[in-house]
Design a protein around this ligand. Structure first.
Ligand code: IMP
Length: 182
């Protein structure tokens, strides 16, 4: 399906309806997986890409949660991950002995997730798991496992529903690929 957004042609990869349905399913999976924990689950959104997903996902989880965010910036070209990650915003509270679920927009090489895992483990949470809306399967992920996954997508650069190209397109309500007129 071709759409236009701010004058650009965009090929929809995942529609608004597909995303809505899958996010509800993920919320139910997460609610079930953490049904026996005592303290509220801590959702840690990785800024900025996870913000739209996080807003929908947390409302699909039927249990007490706390919201936290981490800011990361990776160096390198706009459409490639270099693996060098810098923390630009840290958690506001300790997570020791708490159950923590990372919320990412997309796992590409897995380097961002790997770095965050290493960093979080030193804070000794009770458990640490990863939920990602998207994953590109073609790259080697090393030790990173996505525990709750929305969709596996082809190895193309995608935009929308939080994902950006040089800072824009995050507010596109679906996930798409830019057409060739750009
Ligand atoms: P990784 O470290 O290679 O797993 O990449 C993670 C980050 O790269 C994501 O959180 C995104 O910010 C960015 N990224 C990777 N692939 C895409 C894409 O197709 N569109 C937009 N951002 C992407």
């Amino acid at each position: 399906m071709m759409n236009r957004f701010k004058g650009k042609e965009i090929q929809a990869l995942l529609t608004k309806e597909q995303i809505e349905k899958r996010v509800k399913e993920l919320g139910a999976e997460i609610t079930h997986a953490y049904r026996d924990i005592k303290d509220p689950l801590i959702l840690v959104g990785v800024l900025k890409g996870s913000v739209l997903f996080m807003a929908d996902l947390c409302r699909a989880i039927d249990m007490p949660i706390e919201l936290e965010f981490m800011g990361v910036s990776s160096y390198g070209e706009a459409t490639k991950s270099s693996g060098a990650v810098q923390i630009t915003l840290d958690l506001t509270r300790p997570i020791e002995n708490r159950h923590v679920l990372f919320v990412e927009d997309i796992v590409d090489t897995g380097l961002t997730a790997k770095y965050l895992y290493g960093n979080m483990r030193t804070r000794e949470p009770a458990s640490l798991r990863l939920c990602s809306l998207l994953e590109k399967p073609s790259k080697s992920k090393g030790e990173v496992k996505v525990d709750f996954l929305g969709f596996t997508i082809p190895d193309e650069f995608v935009i929308g529903y939080g994902l950006d190209l040089a800072g824009v397109y995050r507010n596109l309500p679906y996930v798409g690929v830019l057409g060739s007129d750009v």
